[in-house]
Design a protein around this ligand. Structure first.
Ligand code: GLU
Length: 509
């Protein structure tokens, strides 16, 4: 096992968009694969056609691309173990189910949906509200364990619809070592006889996941902890199919919990508390229900990834900001917490803020371009980049550049007059008229502008503070923003002069 090439897989069912938990599973797979120079495979588990949602696979692929967590093998890319969509592998699974029947570990079951329903009705009790098809019940049903061999053969020969179920042993202790949880033990009597092959010849998840993990030479399998109860079925299948030595090491990843209270974070929690839980926008074609995604809200993929990585994992230090490269080096499954991690949206925003703050101005300008288009503004990229540089430390999202820098693109529609008018006087009028006149002789940099502004203020014996605020209000309309001489230098001489004139007209004497 140790000298085998590491191969991991993300194996989503195309039943909807990817929420935080799904992307975190992708990330842990990816980090582990890269750390070990292994392969990361995307396998689409679409054997449950009743839950298939059109567009979900494209969503998943696009999401991986946005996150930069690209697989080495996938339905789209192909690879040595293609096809990577289970529905396209359908003919492959029956032989394994039949092999299990032959070896006595599985059996044919001919029960119709009505017969199953009547069994459940008959056995339902307060102690057993949802009776299962298990070692007790199977003796009373229409299957190849309970019926005479000749009847079974006759039914099969007549093409009677049937499924193949695993024959769970009674009272056996099974255990395995989970990479997150350590030793995990089950008693087989608690597990029902899961269907392995459906009547239409399609495998269920249980059979398909084992067969494909084996055939695709998967060495480590990471999945959500909701799959832990299925682990005994899978353990037995690995054993009964004679592949035990090749069984991957498993890690069952803890849930992402709602920020308030207990339980798994759901889309409803996101709606209720006002934040996305999906990676990208998603409209469920079944309900036409729209869900807002992190991407569209203005999260940078790096920030999103960093936030997810530390949701239930740390490197043992206080460090919180990790590049993908660092994560690849430092990630380790044994530092993944066993308990679920509470999702904190404010913290997620903090991560995005950190990444925006440190992002280069040109990239931010490019990301901001759609907002400018929406606002009907045209501006050269270099100008937008300068503005991004001036306001980015205040932004949680790329779109916030507008809120903090709209005045670079349009002159103020109004002024915070209350902040200047009461203290206005003729000296200030004179100051701005003279300074504006001098601008032709001043190199248009923030430092030079500030120096000439200061010199004139000293000459006129007016305090800088008395003048800077009105100047800012002339340029931006309000009291806040980046350093005022940076704003002027960015706006340029003509615009600065024109805004001074407009400001004087509005609140001068
Ligand atoms: N198809 C399963 C899911 O949608 C994958 C579980 C696994 O990775 O084994 O969650």
């Amino acid at each position: 096992m140790d000298n085998k090439k590491v191969r991991v897989r993300f194996a989503p069912s195309p039943t909807g968009g990817l929420h935080l938990g799904g992307v975190r599973t992708v990330l842990f797979n990816y980090l582990f694969a890269k750390q070990h120079n292994g392969d990361f495979i995307l396998r689409i588990e679409d054997t449950d056609q009743t839950r298939y949602v059109p567009g979900a696979e494209e969503y998943i692929t696009e999401c991986l691309r946005w996150c930069g967590l690209n697989p080495d093998e996938s339905p789209e890319l192909g690879g040595p173990y293609a096809p990577y969509r289970q529905s396209e592998r359908k003919p492959l699974y029956r032989q394994y189910a039949e092999q299990l029947v032959k070896s006595g570990h599985a059996y044919y079951a001919f029960d119709t949906p009505e017969e199953l329903e009547s069994m459940r009705e008959r056995l339902k009790s307060p102690e057993n509200p949802a009776p299962q098809y298990n070692h007790v019940v199977r003796t009373q049903m229409r299957n190849s364990l309970a019926m005479p061999e000749a009847d079974v053969q006759a039914l099969l020969a007549a093409g009677t619809p049937h499924v193949i179920r695993i024959k769970m042993p009674v009272g056996e202790e099974l255990s395995f070592t989970d990479m997150v949880r350590g030793n995990v033990t089950f008693n087989t009597s608690q597990v029902d006889d899961k269907v392995l092959l459906k009547a239409d010849g399609m495998p269920t998840y249980h059979l398909a996941v084992v067969v494909d993990d084996y055939l695709m030479k998967i060495t480590h399998a990471f999945r959500g902890e909701e799959w832990l109860p299925s682990a005994p079925v899978h353990l037995l299948l690995w054993k009964y199919l004679g592949w035990e030595a090749d069984m991957p090491q498993w890690a069952h990843l803890p849930l992402i919990l709602k920020p308030d209270g207990n339980g798994k974070l759901s889309k409803r929690d996101g709606d209720r508390l006002g934040f996305p839980v999906y990676a990208m926008n998603w409209t469920d074609p079944r309900s036409n229900e729209f869900t807002r995604g992190f991407r569209e809200l203005g999260f940078l993929p790096e920030a999103f990834i960093n936030m997810l990585a530390v949701l239930g994992w740390n490197d043992g230090s206080e460090q919180e900001i990790f590049s993908l490269e660092e994560l690849i080096q430092k990630f380790s499954m044994d530092r993944v917490h066993k308990a679920g991690a509470k999702f904190d949206y404010e913290k997620a925003k903090w991560f995005n803020h950190q990444y925006i703050h440190h992002k280069d101005n040109e990239t931010l300008a490019a990301l901001f371009q759609p907002v400018l288009v929406e606002k009907g503004v045209t501006a050269v990229p270099a100008y937008v980049a300068t503005i991004a540089g001036l306001v980015k430390e205040r932004c949680y999202f790329v779109n916030d550049i507008w809120e903090h820098g709209f005045f670079f693109f349009q002159s103020p529609a109004g002024y915070d007059e209350a902040a200047v008018k009461p203290k206005w006087n003729a000296d200030k009028d004179a100051f701005f008229a003279v300074w504006s006149g001098q601008l032709d002789n001043t190199p248009f940099t923030a430092a030079e502008l500030e120096a000439s502004f200061k010199a004139l203020a000293t000459e006129k014996n007016i305090k800088m503070g008395e003048l800077q605020l009105p100047f800012r209000i002339m340029l931006t309309g309000g009291k806040f923003g980046p350093p005022v001489f940076d704003i002027a230098a960015t706006l340029g001489k003509d615009e600065t002069r024109s805004r001074i004139a407009k400001g004087l007209a509005a609140f001068g004497q």
